[in-house]
Design a protein around this ligand. Sequence first.
Ligand code: PLP
Length: 483
Amino acid sequence: MSAASSWKAGPAPFTSQDTRRTPVSMRLMAGSGPGPGAVSYQQLLTTMPTQTETLLDELHHILLDFRQMSAFVEEPLVMARAQGVRYWDVRGKEYLDGISGIFVANLGHGHPRIIEAIKRQLDLMTFAPPMHGTSTTALELVRLLRQVTPGDLKTVKLLSGGSEAVEAAFKFTLQYHRQTGHPRKYKFLSRYKGYHGATLGALGAAGNPLRRAPYEPLLPNFLRVHPPHCFRCPFEKTFPDCDVFCARTVEDTILMEGPDTVAGIILEPVTNTGGIITPPDPYLPKLREICDRHQVTLIFDEIITGFGRTGEMFAAHTFRTTPDILCVGKGMGGGYGPLAAMIVSDRMAEAFWGDAEAGIEFSHGHTFGGNPLSCAAGVAAVTELMENDVPARARQTGEYLAARLEGLRRFGIVGEVRGKGMLRGVELTEPLGKQIGKRAMDLGLILRYDPDWFALAPPLIISREDLDLMLSILEKAMSDVLA
Ligand code: PLP
């Protein structure tokens, strides 16, 4: 067994007590560079709470994501270090990472194989512009991706973040239809409650009015349909008697809009926002049929569900449905580098090959797409997922996690437990999700939560002991809130 494959999410290299006992002599060495025994700036923050205080001022000059900063500065969360399934903040408080950073660290933090790969790449080359060339590392990543993607999804556009992948998918779809005799196809369908990124194009597809409101009117060519939210079915139907009525309404929308105007539909196979909304098995195959019937491009946003999260390499495998375009990010680089991709079918990609003068190349790009450092992280992460069949491990651990979450029904406020693999959500019958999430945070467990639900999506490599620890903190948080 290689060193990498025997890697386990290890214990904390130091704890809050240790750090407070760190001798001053060590702290003073902080400025002496990275030699043996020297203390990094990060460690310095951990060892010297007083030093941290001087950074508090900077908290008034940083903008975090979707966050009211006046509340944040009252209770700032400043992380100093992460290892395995744990974070430590600047004061040395330990947190179990119940959501893999933010659905990113599928292999946990501090993975030696990935760190080694990045170090090797640092010495070799750190930048290669995607405008007039590529790199061996980028090509190596493409080769690996082609081995793990379903169907003929084999042409890859490397990018740096999920929103970029979504933007690329929209542009690729529009250009594809224009170049294949359907120039009037310009509308996209997306789903209420969905989220596909923060850029203006991706926001056009967002299904959450809160995210959209400050920037409306957004692009006019986006229309929304209801997701398959069986627990709170918007059509007040029950599966399986409904015969996935919600999928049939997608076809109605396409027909009413005019199939010759509808370019594509984007969706997360399992939707995070809204509470890990998980479709019944026939839903995605039915959408596939509808899209085929009307030449509508089916785009899966697998930015969260990709790379083992749902217990297979992609949710496309889990639900036995191959889209025309796959948007991936997050777990692809595992949090070790900004990395994402739009992966399209070779059939669609064909429409972009032609004479240099024909002007049919994909007219799109970003300076940092396919960055060699990020690609090195991606190569190592995907290799690790493949070699150790991490998705299978996620499937097994996920079954255990789901069974334990079912056990939370004894608290009397659990309406539904749903999800696949290591992406699990708990729908509540009382709007206590926020209190539970905050209490869990106090107790050292990071969850994703909204008033009506909370979610757990730990690193796929988590040990049974650490998962049990997470669940016992969650149970304590629930009983504290209910008390
Ligand atoms: N799509 C989904 C499903 C996401 O969850 C996110 C981010 O959370 C995005 C797209 C956007 O990705 P990024 O934040 O990397 O731009």
